[in-house]
Design a protein around this ligand. Structure first.
Ligand code: NAD
Length: 306
């Protein structure tokens, strides 16, 4: 039989092409031999989708289409209703960036606890004064509270416990206490977690129940000098409340990879807080995560077509 046709509209890591070419006829929407969707529509069996769009009209024209494998996790570029109607599988790569985001969370934790943002920014102007002003805190022996204890938070817990000797508490209403223990943390209700944690890190999806999960009352219930981290989704942390808690001197700092508005405008008040370190949603931006997203999507295609 003819190998199935896989169409890849935009560039992905070469390792995915190598995997697919063992069993499929790979057509690219870019490069020297670029073909567009119209040319492959009648025979395409699978699409490996990174940033492009697959709408209902495309699915109806691609009568042999059996799977759309998304590189990453968002599904807003795929018409899921039409896919369901036509029996087309839609997959994502939810584990591909877990380690990268966990490592970025730890990077922010270290940076905020040691004042690295201030040190790197002001250290050149008056190095002696900056040096004298910075009093970092070690991670060892401190307590980390994780809100949401899924894939990323579990990796964070592992690194924090085994790498730094931290005590790790976790709150996740969808997991039992036994499951949380098994994944390597101590289960705690939210109020006790907040009251006991030197650093609190968000790892929940943004859903109605998690919107503004950390508001002013929650932030003020943390110990004085605490820090807050968010590598999950903007909107789970109330940014006005964070500003208030920082300006009152209750919290010592924050590390944010995600914000309500992205990228965060240059004149946003959070940018003027010296103890807040902001990164522009780079948690998954590593060579390893990019490669894994591509090869995981390729593997889904091969398993589905087999
Ligand atoms: P996951 O689904 O494995 O874990 C999420 C956890 O949150 C689940 O265990 C769930 O039970 C829990 N949860 C749901 N509602 C909750 C609530 N009300 N209170 C407490 N816990 C609740 O997801 P993950 O892969 O670990 O991702 C975690 C977050 O990180 C998501 O928001 C995801 O979008 C985000 N993320 C960010 C980046 C980045 O670039 N910064 C990259 C990937 C993922």
């Amino acid at each position: 039989a003819e190998p199935p046709v896989v169409w890849i509209p935009r560039p992905v890591h070469d390792d995915a092409l190598v995997l697919l070419r063992e069993h499929a006829d790979v057509r690219l929407g870019y490069g020297d031999e670029a073909v567009d969707f119209d040319a492959v529509a009648p025979e395409v069996a699978a699409i490996l989708l990174r940033t492009a769009r697959v709408d209902g009209d495309m699915m109806r024209r691609a009568t042999a289409l059996r799977i759309v494998a998304r590189h990453g996790v968002g599904l807003d570029t795929v018409d899921l209703d039409t896919a369901r109607e036509r029996g087309i599988a839609v997959t994502t790569t939810p584990t591909a960036n877990t380690q990268s985001v966990a490592e970025h969370t730890i990077a922010l934790l270290l940076a905020v606890r040691r004042g690295l943002g201030i040190a790197a920014r002001d250290g050149g102007e008056d190095g002696a004064a900056t040096r004298a002003a910075i009093r970092g805190r070690e991670l060892s022996g401190s307590t980390l509270g994780l809100i949401g204890f899924g894939r990323i938070a579990s990796r964070v817990a592992h690194i924090a416990t085994h790498g730094f000797g931290m005590r790790v508490l976790a709150h996740d209403p969808l997991l039992s206490g036994a499951e949380i223990t098994e994944r390597g943390a101590e289960a705690a209700p939210l109020d006790r977690l907040l009251a006991s944690s030197d650093a609190v890190s968000l790892h929940v999806p943004l859903v109605p129940q998690t919107r503004d999960l950390l508001g002013l009352a929650e932030l003020l219930s943390m110990p004085e000098g605490g820090v807050v981290l968010n590598t999950a989704r903007g909107g789970t942390l109330d940014e006005d409340a964070l500003l208030t808690a920082l300006r009152r001197g209750h919290l010592a700092g924050a590390g944010l990879d995600v914000t309500v508005v992205e990228p965060l405008p240059a004149d946003h008040p959070l940018r003027n807080e010296p103890s807040v370190l902001i990164t522009p949603h780079i948690g998954a931006q590593t060579a390893e995560a990019m490669r894994r997203m591509a090869t995981d999507a390729a593997t889904s295609i091969l398993e589905h077509l087999r």
